[in-house]
Design a protein around this ligand. Structure first.
Ligand code: HEC
Length: 122
């Protein structure tokens, strides 16, 4: 029950946070696309939300996971697969191998990350 309340609070907070930024969605979606709802849960489970609360970035605030610049940096979902699998050397962004996120789980997480930019269109 507590977990459910927490999950709902998390989702609510994320919607309100991402609504701040306007952006266009011009990126190539992975095929087959993932499930953003499952992705939201995995985003917490895999500890992403610890450093990226609501898709933001607690360590390097300029590197959010949504917005026009983000989508420009990653115009293809495959580029996100690469950065999450490999991590970013010399930063707190570690690599997430298949023992932490399977291919399907990673696809779901990416669908969730992209949904943050979609929500911000509203
Ligand atoms: C310990 C903290 C930490 C964790 C945990 C973490 N990240 Fe990151 N992540 C970072 C930091 C810091 C950066 C920015 C690195 C830089 O300076 O370029 C980053 C960058 C990224 C980027 C590129 C962002 C951009 O704007 O270029 C993506 C995508 C990303 N993280 C996804 C994830 C996902 C998905 C997870 C969970 C599977 C995750 N991160 C877990 C700290 C973290």
């Amino acid at each position: 029950m507590n977990r459910l309340v927490l999950a709902l609070a998390f989702i609510f907070l994320c919607f309100s946070a991402s609504a701040k930024e306007l952006t266009s969605k011009s990126y190539k979606v992975i095929n087959p696309p993932g499930n953003a709802h499952r992705g939201a849960k995995l985003f917490e489970k895999a500890t992403c939300s610890f450093c990226h609360p609501c898709g933001g970035n607690a360590v390097n605030p300029s590197k959010t996971l949504y917005g026009k610049n983000f989508n420009k940096r990653y115009p293809d979902d495959q580029a996100l697969v690469k950065v999450i699998r490999n991590g970013i050397k010399g930063t707190a962004m570690q690599s997430f191998a298949k023992d932490k996120l399977s291919d399907t789980e990673l696809t779901d997480v990416i669908a969730y990350i992209r949904s943050l930019s979609k929500n911000s269109l509203k």
